[in-house]
Design a binder for this molecule. Structure first.
Ligand SMILES: Cc1cc2nc3c(=O)[nH]c(=O)nc-3n(C[C@H](O)[C@H](O)[C@H](O)COP(=O)(O)O)c2cc1C
Length: 127
């Protein structure tokens, strides 16, 4: 089976919202729908990769895009793969104490942004 993956960024005042509420619901819901992925929270907002069956990813992305806890939801890259990037994570999470928009927004090649995202997420899993 092929899995759809989707990486987006969004803007949020992360100190004014409860990220743990988002994560708790996300992990419960994603388990039901066979969705995995990773959420990076940084000083400017979020980057998130979601992956799973195409119809489930489309529905989740619709929900996420209309969620008022963030804005400017911007799809960076979408594709299909035989294997998941994050098979063991209903929704992995790391918080980074800097604003990474300034670095990643300037990268024109979207595959490179995906590579940056995956390596940042994976290096945070080692701890
Ligand atoms: C940054 C962010 C990430 C989110 N990630 C997920 C997720 O991975 N899975 C999920 O079910 N909901 C996630 N949500 C919550 C959804 O936007 C939405 O509240 C949830 O799917 C329930 O939708 P419903 O109330 O319309 O049923 C996220 C919300 C935000 C703001």
């Amino acid at each position: 089976m092929k899995y759809k993956y989707l990486l987006y960024s969004s803007v949020s005042e992360i100190d004014k919202i409860n990220v743990y509420d988002i994560l708790k619901v996300a992990r419960e819901e994603n388990k039901k729908f066979g969705i995995t992925g990773f959420l990076i929270c940084h000083l400017g907002g979020f980057y998130q990769l979601i992956e799973g069956k195409e119809s489930n990813i489309n529905q989740l992305y619709h929900n996420i895009s209309t969620d008022e806890r963030h804005s400017d939801v911007n799809m960076i890259i979408v594709g299909e793969r035989e294997e998941r990037f994050f098979p063991d994570w209903q929704m992995g999470y790391v918080r980074i104490e800097e604003d990474i928009f300034s670095q990643w927004n300037n990268i024109k090649d979207k595959d490179l942004v995906l590579n940056e995202f995956i390596s940042t997420a994976q290096s945070s899993l080692q701890f």
